[in-house]
Write a protein that binds this ligand. Structure first.
Ligand SMILES: [Ca+2]
Ligand SMILES: [Ca+2]
Ligand SMILES: [Ca+2]
Ligand SMILES: [Zn+2]
Length: 530
């Protein structure tokens, strides 16, 4: 059996190496990006402002058909990476490998339950850039409108039943990504996650007010002057777009891979986030783009998704196998079949959040899109760190939290030592903590930790060694007392549950006969594991 398993693993390694190589080769040939830089001729091109950026053909079409530029992310990111022309190619090479490894880990039982099915909570700050209006008037949008947008995001990303984010499509995903308004500021004060900024307090605002601001000023001045630490907050700005950008709905900054790119992850940190016109932030605001899907779409970009038509014709894809090929952006809510797919020729997925259709036409992220976003959250700079952000917790003086688990995960031996990650989320130094844990929902046991952790510092803590019988088990761990002060667990940053099994290992969790072209299989249960 051991020998059989060994040769299976060898075959697996060989096969995976082969497919990765194939993919890398394809990417190197530049095929997926052949149309990426295509612009209409300069004569016909609509030039934005005076910074020399030309709109992509699909945005020129958007402007002609709707009077709006649905999304400015492609132009923005191309400008941002102008000194790194291989950024997209390198990113796709990285994420193809990362997704393959992720699927392998899940299939082999080496992934945490958090990775497989857990909910990822993203702390959000919304910077409301206003013109001095009373709260709830004009660009100084109300707290309720902001909360409304957060609700739309959670309905869409969680595919919530009974909401516009619900769908019955076989590839429709509950991405298990949720958004939470930040509960503390970077300085540790209490906040509702909404940061109101009067534009008159910003440098050179008067000369750039048209009325409203162009993206150049937003990126160069508004963002760096208002951003909250992007390692701990997903930054969103609502603005009044103006001048040459008066027709913009929104744009987002694409994630970086953890293995390089410009500055090894430090690049462009002070512009990271999403910008949206205040008229499109929230729902029930009227018009085709008044129901909050601009933010859903832009966060898709911020977590690594591309437009569903891949920004090019039928030969250019979005790197998601379960979204039908599309030849162009769609507008309104049309029934279109722009490209011939095999073996089944699906119509364009006009309902996808990454198309250009009307807000209420949209209701789906697919499983492959969800996998892409979760892979980015698990790995990318300024994405991964959001999951353990202090901003998820209200201000506290004495508070240690269990933010992650190292062991047990997947399959373990009958005797093992649980290891968890303790983080100080209180303003006082953490010198002692009572760590509570339950095995299989049984009685609560405690472990006394002592040491010294500064604010935000972490430590790996070994709990007492356990011996369990063969089969499935679970462990729940949280801190119940910090520096002598009792407190509760917290679903965001002070509670980890791991479902694991003891002593299995003689049955692989899936079968693969290597006869299909795609490995891991792109259909079937494996790809449904997000
Ligand atoms: Ca395409
Ligand atoms: Ca596709
Ligand atoms: Ca088709
Ligand atoms: Zn877009």
């Amino acid at each position: 059996m051991t020998k059989l398993l060994y040769s299976f693993k060898l075959a697996l390694i060989f096969f995976l190496g082969f497919t990765v190589q194939l993919k890398a080769q394809k990417i190197q040939e530049g095929l997926p990006f052949e149309n990426k830089s295509k612009n209409l001729s300069q004569k016909n091109a609509y030039q934005r402002g005076n910074n020399g950026i030309y709109l992509k053909d699909f945005n020129q079409e958007a402007l002609q058909r709707t009077g709006k530029i649905r999304c400015y992310s492609v132009e923005y990111n191309e400008q941002l990476r102008k000194n790194n022309p291989n950024f997209d190619r390198d990113f796709e090479a990285w994420i193809a490998k990362a997704i393959a490894k992720r699927r392998r880990d899940i299939a082999n039982g080496n992934a945490s339950t958090r990775t497989i099915g857990g909910v990822y909570y993203i702390p959000v700050v919304v910077h409301v850039i206003h013109n001095g209006e009373a709260i709830g008037t004009g660009s100084n949008i109300s707290d309720a409108q902001v909360q409304d947008q957060i609700n739309v995001l959670n309905e869409d990303f969680r595919k919530m039943a009974g909401t516009p984010g619900w769908n019955t499509h076989p590839e429709g995903a509950d991405t298990r990504i949720e958004f939470v308004l930040a509960k503390r500021t970077p300085a540790g004060a209490a906040t509702n996650g909404i940061n109101r900024v009067n534009r008159n307090t910003l440098p050179n605002n008067a000369t750039n007010w048209q009325p409203g601001f162009e993206a150049t000023y937003i990126n160069g001045t508004i963002k760096p002057n208002t951003i909250w630490n992007p390692d701990e907050y997903m930054n969103m700005w609502t603005v009044q777009f103006g001048g040459a950008d008066a027709g913009l709905l929104g744009y987002a900054q694409f994630p970086e891979s953890p293995i390089g790119g410009v500055g090894c992850g430090a690049a462009n940190a002070n512009t990271d986030g999403l910008v949206m016109g205040y008229q499109y932030f929230g729902r029930g605001l009227g018009g085709p783009y008044g129901d909050g899907r601009t933010a859903t779409h832009e966060i898709g970009h911020g977590l690594g998704l591309r437009h569903i038509w891949g920004d090019g014709g039928c030969g250019v894809d979005d790197f998601c196998a379960d979204t039908p090929t599309a030849g162009a952006a769609n507008f309104g809510c049309p029934n279109v079949n722009s490209c011939t797919d095999t073996p089944v020729d699906f119509p364009d997925m006009k309902e996808n959040y990454m198309d250009y259709t009307d807000d209420l036409c949209m209701n789906i992220f697919t499983n492959d899109q969800a996998t892409r976003m979760r892979t980015v959250i698990e790995n990318s700079p300024r994405r991964k760190t959001l999951l353990t952000s202090p901003a998820l917790l209200a201000p506290a003086t004495n508070y240690g939290g269990i933010v992650d688990i190292v062991s047990p995960l997947g399959n373990v031996c009958g005797t093992f030592t649980p290891t968890v990650i303790l983080r100080n989320l209180g303003s006082n130094n953490l010198t002692s903590a009572t760590i509570s844990y339950q095995i299989d929902g049984g009685s609560t046991q405690t472990f006394a930790w002592s040491g010294s952790l500064a604010y935000k510092a972490t430590a790996n803590v070994n709990l007492p060694t356990q011996t369990l019988s063969t089969g499935n088990h679970s462990i729940r761990v949280w801190v119940s007392v910090s520096n002598g002060s009792s407190h509760s667990s917290d679903m965001y940053v002070n509670e980890i549950i791991s479902n694991f099994s003891v002593g299995a290992g003689n049955s692989l969790p899936f079968e693969e006969n290597f006869e299909s072209n795609a490995f891991p299989p792109t259909t079937g249960t494996l790809s449904k594991i997000l």
